[in-house]
Design a protein around this ligand. Structure first.
Ligand code: NAI
Ligand code: SF4
Length: 425
């Protein structure tokens, strides 16, 4: 324990106390405290009361969607995997690296047994005897905390052979990434786990068909798996948490121009305006919200709920607030630089296109861009995804294209030698 690096001070709060029930304070909950506050009772219930099929039905009915960003229905993914023969594997994607995204680390660093319990129940449901947590290299404390917590769980009989006296056995391993964003893409993650360079594979086949070591595999995000003990505990009552079809708690990492940046837990009927208010209110007048790499929102849209409906702001829930003193172009350059740096280089349109996006935005920042550069950005935005094979290439132009649609005046102003935020030139 002494070796664990200092945990960063991240404010966390919740109005529903489910995922963050034990994680609001900046300290790690050990197994004793976890058990005395109801921990591992969902696992006991799952093993004693439910068959694996019962749990898959519960998860399907819960409407739980993947919290890593794509929002794919978790029950459906599990249903796919059990159609394929054993051995099957379970992987937790803890390679959280989207710009402005720091929600999973709160669970990992403060309440690791919630994730571990969720993984054991999930493994029981899908018939996996081995599981892996792939954690990003930049979370050294999280890695050590998980290792300690897994050891504690083995000592108490929650992991290993014949868990809690049943015939279900499950081993869990932690694997540390080496700092590449692309390894959060599930097939690159699998390649990396297998000991190869983290390059994405072509999909389909999807991991539930052909995954780790060629076997059927479920890859779920930290927050998704941490919902499983809550679903098993609440059963049908889970469907009273939040709006119809988008039940359950959601974590929102909020940063930028708000008075109290941090991780907030809420139901998904919350709007961006409400989220900004909960985060202490804005600093200055909000101009835009960058949602990681997913998109850019205009204040006119701030009353839209943060759910996974076609018009909702689902995804990772990442909320970076910009105010009138910020420049849209300057902020886009950070995102463009990130993608250009993190592109794995396998597909030429992504490798070259992300570099060009960055270069063109720099021209806007320096005051040398013309209307032609705006056209070129749009051209790249349409074509990079077409020539790419993974989510990085698909989403690399999202924020830029959204910004051109919603803040075109900022681009035009830069062409005319003015920066509305007073940041550039
Ligand atoms: P995707 O939409 O291709 O797939 C989502 C999930 O559903 C995957 O696990 C996939 O295997 C599964 N799936 C989809 N169709 C399937 C089928 N027919 N059969 C079986 N399984 C199927 O999206 P992807 O590429 O996995 O993720 C992209 C998202 O990840 C984006 O929204 C991006 O913003 C987000 N992301 C989040 C990061 C973070 O730090 N949290 C980092 C990077 C990306
Ligand atoms: Fe690599 Fe980009 Fe191709 Fe994805 S789209 S495989 S990140 S080059």
């Amino acid at each position: 324990r002494d070796k664990i690096p200092h945990l960063p001070e991240i404010y966390a709060d919740s109005n529903i106390n489910l995922l963050l029930r034990r994680a609001k304070e900046n300290r790690t909950v050990d197994i004793e405290e976890y058990e005395t506050t109801g921990g591992y009772s969902a696992l006991r219930k799952a093993l004693n009361k439910f068959t694996p099929e019962d749990i898959i039905v519960l998860v399907e009915e819960s409407t739980l969607r993947g919290r890593g960003g794509a929002g794919f229905p978790t029950g459906r993914k599990w249903r796919f995997v059990i159609q394929n023969p054993k051995p099957r594997y379970l992987i937790c994607n803890a390679d959280e690296s989207e710009p402005g995204t720091f929600k999973d680390r709160i669970i990992i660093e403060r309440d690791p047994h919630l994730l571990i319990e969720g993984m054991i129940i999930s493994a029981y449901a899908i018939g996996a005897e081995k599981g892996f947590i792939y954690i990003r290299g930049e979370y050294p404390a999280g890695y050590m905390i998980l290792e300690n917590a897994i050891n504690e769980a083995y000592e108490r009989g929650y992991l290993g052979k014949n868990i809690l006296g049943t015939d279900f056995s499950f081993d869990l391993y932690v694997y540390r990434g080496a700092g590449a964003y692309i390894c959060g893409e599930e097939t690159a993650l699998i390649e990396s786990l297998e000991g190869r360079r983290g390059h994405p594979r072509l999909k389909p086949p999807y991991p539930p068909q052909v995954g780790l070591f060629g076997r059927p595999t479920v890859v779920n995000n930290v927050e998704t798996l941490s919902n499983i003990p809550i679903i098993v505990t609440y059963e049908q009552y889970f469907m009273h948490i939040g709006p119809a079809g988008y039940y359950g708690p959601k974590l929102f990492p909020v940063s930028g121009k708000v008075k109290k940046p941090g991780v907030y837990e809420s139901t998904m009927d919350i709007t961006l305006n409400e989220l900004i208010d909960i985060a202490g209110g804005p600093i200055g007048k909000p101009k835009a919200v960058f949602s990681g790499a997913l998109g850019v929102y205009h204040p006119d849209e701030f009353d839209t709920p943060m759910d996974y409906s076609p018009k909702g702001f689902g995804g990772t829930g990442t909320t970076i607030v910009l105010n009138e003193e910020d420049c849209i172009i300057d902020s886009l350059i950070v995102i463009a630089n990130f993608f250009h740096h993190e592109s794995c280089g396998k597909c030429t349109p992504c490798r070259v296109g992300t570099y060009e996006q960055f270069n063109i935005l720099k021209k806007f920042q320096e005051g040398t861009a013309t209307e032609k550069d705006l056209d070129l950005l749009i051209h790249l935005g349409k074509n990079i995804p077409i020539g790419s094979i993974c989510g990085l290439g698909y989403s690399a132009p999202n924020a830029i294209m959204d910004a051109i649609r919603k803040f075109r005046d900022e681009f035009e102003a830069h062409i005319n030698g003015k920066c509305p935020g007073g940041v550039c030139f």
